[in-house]
Design a protein around this ligand. Structure first.
Ligand code: ZN
Ligand code: ZN
Ligand code: FE
Length: 762
C-alpha cells in the first residue's frame, strides 16, 4: 500500500521507505544498495534510530519491483517487521548511495541498533576454506552479514571504537573493504584479516605453546586424542571433548561436577548432525540459522551415552564462530561443547578467569587477543510441532527487543532466582538480557549486576521503577528492595502469563495456565499449578492443582521419591510401590513429616511430574532441576493415551485433584502395566485437566506458560486438545516458558500498571 502525498510525475516518482525490524548491523544497507543499483534507481539508504530509511527514485515499474526484490535478497540475519512506503517530492538525483547515519540524539533509544552475534555466513565460510583467499583459515573472519556484535560492544553507537576490536587498526586492504558501499564488509565493524586482526594462541600450564593456525591444528588433534580443551568462544569459554568418546565425555562430567545434565553436541556439518539426531525441515532451518542455537531434537542414540543420559532428546548445533568451525573441521566431527564453568557458575569470560576457574578441567586453552566484553552462553531451543520452544535465550538472540503492547516509563525488571534474566523497557521496547543463571552463586551476582549495567549503557536510560518477584528471599528481589527506586511487585505466575501475552503483543484477559516448579503466591503459599484469569495488569486465581507435600522441604526436590511417597499417602495408597524406599523407618519418617504442617505443601505442577516419575521408577538419582520430569517425558510411549481420572472440586479457587490419578496409577502398577504407557497416560491426564479447568471460565484464549511447557509432549497435547475444543492457544516462541522469561512478564505488568497510573493522573 503506497500512501500518496504528491501525485507522480509521468512514469517516474520518488518514494521513501521506513523499514523496521532487525535491520541494523546485519548487512541490510549493502543489500539495499545492490537491489537499488540493479534496478537502476537513484536515492540513498541510511540507518537511523527507528531502523532503516530509504529513498528511491526512478520508473514506476522498477520502484514497484524494489520491495519484492528486497524481501528476496534481505540478509538471512535480518527480519523485516514492516515497510511503510510513501511518495515524496522528486529530487532528480543520480545513482544510489549509502548515506552516513544521522548523529544520535542524546538519550535516544539506541539499544535496538545493537544486533546479536551472528554465525559465519556462507560467503565467509567459503573464503575460510579457500586457500587462495587472504582470510584462508582465519578464525576471526566476518562481514556485515556475520560476526560478533553484542558480546564485543562496550557502548553505543555501534562503532568499531566502542567495541573490543578498537585496539586493532585495520590494514589498508581491510580499510578499503570497509569503505566501499558495495562491499560485503562495508562498515563491518569487526572487520579483520590475518595481517591486522586478532590472533589465536594455545596455552598449556600458563605458557604459550603455539600460535596461529598451528595452535588450532594442535588443539583439534588434542580433542581427537580424548583431551578436554577450553576454547574462547563467542560469549565466553567453552569446553570441548570428542562426543563419540564415552571416556572423554565421562571425564568432562567428573571434572565439571556435572553428573547427568545433558551436554550439547556441535557438528562439523548438518550432515554430521543428521547422523545423530532426527531433524526435519523446520529444525534444519533453525540449526542453520545465523543465530545458531542449540536445538533439542529426538536423538538417534549413536553418540556416547554419557552425553545425554536418560533422555530421548539431544542438543545439536553448528559452530557459531569461525574458530569453532576450524576446530570441528580439523578435529572430531562431533564434539561436546559446554559452557566453561564448574556446575552452575556463570561462563568464564576473560583469559585470566578461564585459567583460574577451569584449571583442573582443561589443560589446554585456545585463547585469543580479542576481549569478550559481555558474557553470553549458547542459546537453547527445543523443537516442537508448534515451532521452537525457547529454553535459554542468550548468544545469537540477545539483545533483540520485543515490542510491548503498552508504553510506559523506563522500567527494569529483575527476574526470578533460578535461570535469572533481567529486562529493561524503554519506549515500549523490552530488551531481555542474556541468561544469567542461578543467583545462588556469588559469581552470578556479579554477572547479574554487569548485565543490568550493560543494558542501561546500551539503552542510554536509567529506569524509573523496578519490577520484582514477590518472593522476599530471591537475590533479585533483595537487589530491587535495596535500589531506592519505586517498586512494582509482580506475582510469579502472573509474570509467567504476562510474558506469554507480551511476546504476542497482547494485553487482554486470558486464561493463564502457569505450570512450573514453585513460586510464591498472593496468599504467601507456594504455588505452581495455576489457572489464572489474567491480563497484563491484574490476575485472579481461578483454580490450581492440589498441593503436594514437600516431604523434607528442599530434599523433596532433590529426591523425588519423597514426593511420590507424599502423593501415595495423600491418595490413601500404601508405600509398597516404592520398593527402594520401603524400609520402615524411612516410610515412618515421611509420615511423621507429613503429620506436621511443615514444610508447607506446594501446588507445583513440576512436583507432580516428579512424583509420578518416581512412582514409575525414573528419576531416583537426580542432579539437576527438572531431571525427573524430563525423564518421565522421555519414558512416555509414543502413542495416543487415554487420561486417568481427575476430580475438580470447590470454586474460587477450584482445586484440580490428582488423587484419583495416583490411585489409578497405583492400581495399574500392581497389575504390571508397562511404565511407558502410564507415563503417556499421565501426560494426557494433565492436558485433559487443563481443558476441564479452562471450561470453568468463559474466556476463550489460553496462554500456556511455566517451565512445565518445556515438555514437548505436554505442550503439543495440551495445545491440540484446547484448539480442538475451540480455544485460541498462545505458546511461547520468543522467550522461555521457564523462569528465564519471567523478567519480561514483570516488565510488561509494571509498564501496564505505571502507564495506567500516569494516564489516570492526567
Ligand atoms: Zn560473513
Ligand atoms: Zn586487515
Ligand atoms: Fe516459575
Amino acid at each position: 500500500m503506497v500512501a500518496r502525498m504528491e501525485g507522480p510525475v509521468g512514469d517516474r516518482e520518488r518514494r521513501a521507505l521506513r523499514i523496521r525490524g532487525v535491520v541494523q548491523g546485519v548487512g541490510f544497507r549493502p543489500a539495499i544498495y545492490r537491489v537499488a543499483d540493479a534496478l537502476g534507481l537513484a536515492g540513498f539508504v541510511q540507518n537511523d534510530r527507528e531502523g532503516v530509511w530509504v529513498e528511491i527514485e526512478g520508473g514506476i515499474a522498477e520502484l514497484d519491483r524494489f520491495t519484492g526484490d528486497l524481501e528476496r535478497c534481505a540478509p538471512p540475519a535480518s527480519r523485516i517487521d514492516c515497510i511503510e512506503t510513501m511518495v515524496i517530492e522528486a529530487r532528480r538525483d543520480h545513482g544510489f548511495r549509502i548515506a552516513e547515519s544521522p548523529a544520535p540524539v542524546a538519550g535516544s533509544h539506541a539499544a535496538a541498533a545493537i544486533p546479536a552475534d551472528l554465525a559465519p555466513c556462507e560467503d565467509c565460510l567459503r573464503e575460510l576454506g579457500d586457500p587462495e583467499d587472504r582470510r584462508y583459515r582465519y578464525p576471526f573472519i566476518n562481514c556485515t552479514a556475520c560476526g560478533p556484535r553484542f558480546t564485543i560492544v562496550r557502548d553505543v553507537p555501534y562503532d568499531r571504537s566502542k567495541t573490543t576490536m578498537a585496539p586493532f587498526a585495520m590494514c589498508a586492504a581491510c580499510l578499503r573493504e570497509y569503505g566501499q558501499p558495495a562491499n560485503r564488509r562495508f562498515h563491518a565493524e569487526p572487520n579483520a584479516c590475518p595481517a591486522c586482526g586478532p590472533q589465536v594462541q594455545l596455552v598449556a600450564g600458563g605458557k604459550v605453546e603455539l600460535e596461529g593456525d598451528r595452535a588450532v591444528i594442535a588443539a583439534a588433534a588434542a580433542i581427537a586424542n580424548g583431551a578436554i580443551v577450553a576454547i574462547k568462544g563467542a560469549g565466553g569459554f567453552v569446553l570441548a571433548a570428542d562426543a563419540t568418546s564415552e571416556a572423554a565425555v565421562m571425564r568432562l562430567r567428573q571434572r565439571k561436577r556435572r553428573l547427568h545434565k545433558p551436554f550439547a553436541v556441535m557438528g562439523r556439518s548438518l550432515e554430521h548432525l543428521e547422523g545423530i539426531a532426527a531433524l526435519d525441515d523446520a529444525t534444519r532451518k533453525i540449526v542453520c540459522s545465523p543465530h545458531r542455537p542449540i536445538v533439542l531434537v529426538p536423538s538417534l542414540g549413536v553418540v556416547a551415552p554419557a552425553v545425554a543420559p536418560g533422555l530421548a532428546d539431544i542438543g545439536v548445533y553448528l559452530p557459531p564462530t569461525p574458530l569453532q568451525h576450524l576446530l570441528l573441521a580439523d578435529g572430531p566431527p562431533l564434539q561436546v561443547m559446554t559452557s566453561g564453568n564448574v556446575a552452575d557458575e556463570p561462563i568464564a569470560r576473560t583469559d585470566a578467569e578461564a585459567f583460574e576457574r577451569l584449571d583442573g578441567i582443561a589443560f589446554l586453552f585456545v585463547i585469543h587477543d580479542r576481549e569478550i566484553h559481555t558474557r553470553a552462553d549458547d542459546s537453547v531451543v527445543r523443537s516442537s510441532s508448534r515451532g521452537p520452544i525457547p529454553i535459554r535465550r542468550a548468544r545469537g538472540i540477545v539483545p533483540e527487543s520485543i515490542t510491548l503492547p503498552v508504553a510506559g516509563p523506563p522500567v527494569l525488571a529483575v527476574g526470578g532466582h533460578e535461570r535469572n534474566t533481567v529486562c529493561l523497557v524503554h519506549g515500549g521496547q523490552a530488551v531481555l538480557s542474556q541468561h544469567i543463571g542461578d543467583l545462588d552463586h556469588p559469581e552470578s551476582d556479579t554477572f547479574f549486576r554487569e548485565a543490568i549495567a550493560h543494558l542501561q549503557e546500551l539503552a542510554g536510560v536509567e529506569p524509573e521503577a523496578i519490577a520484582h518477584d514477590l518472593h522476599p528471599d530471591y537475590r533479585s528481589t533483595r537487589w530491587a528492595l535495596a535500589s531506592h527506586l519505586p517498586l512494582v511487585a509482580v506475582q510469579h505466575h502472573h509474570a509467567h502469563v504476562a510474558s506469554c501475552l507480551a511476546e504476542h503483543g497482547r494485553s487482554e484477559r486470558v486464561i493463564g495456565v502457569a505450570f512450573d516448579g514453585t513460586g510464591l503466591g498472593d496468599d504467601a503459599e507456594l504455588w505452581g499449578g495455576e489457572i489464572l484469569d489474567a491480563d497484563l495488569g491484574t490476575s485472579h486465581r481461578l483454580g490450581h492443582l492440589r498441593a503436594i507435600a514437600l516431604a523434607g522441604g528442599e530434599a523433596a526436590i532433590r529426591e523425588p521419591w519423597r514426593l511420590a511417597a507424599a502423593a501415595l499417602i495423600d491418595a490413601g495408597e500404601s508405600l509398597d510401590l516404592l520398593p527402594y524406599v520401603s524400609e520402615r523407618d524411612r516410610a515412618r519418617r515421611i509420615r511423621a513429616l507429613l503429620a506436621t504442617s511443615l514444610p508447607a505443601p506446594a501446588t507445583g505442577a513440576g512436583r507432580w511430574f516428579d512424583a509420578v516419575a518416581a512412582l514409575l521408577g525414573v528419576g531416583r538419582d537426580i542432579s539437576y532441576d527438572g531431571q525427573a520430569a524430563a525423564q518421565l517425558e522421555a519414558l512416555a510411549a509414543p502413542m495416543d493415551a487415554s487420561p486417568f481420572e481427575i476430580a475438580i472440586s470447590g470454586a474460587d479457587p477450584f482445586e484440580i485433584d490428582l488423587r484419583p490419578t495416583i490411585c489409578e496409577i497405583a492400581r495399574e502398577l500392581r497389575q504390571d502395566t508397562a511404565a511407558p504407557i502410564l507415563a503417556a497416560r499421565f501426560h494426557a491426564t494433565v492436558a485433559f485437566a487443563i481443558l476441564e479447568a479452562c471450561r470453568r471460565s468463559a474466556l476463550r484464549t489460553v496462554a500456556l506458560t511455566g517451565g512445565c511447557f518445556q515438555n514437548r509432549r505436554l505442550l503439543e497435547q495440551t495445545a491440540a486438545l484446547l484448539e480442538g475444543n475451540g480455544y485460541e492457544v498462545l505458546v511461547h516462541r520468543r522467550v522461555p516458558p521457564n523462569d528465564g522469561g519471567l523478567a519480561l512478564g514483570q516488565a510488561a505488568v509494571a509498564s501496564f500498571r505505571l502507564a495506567a497510573r500516569s494516564s489516570s493522573c492526567v
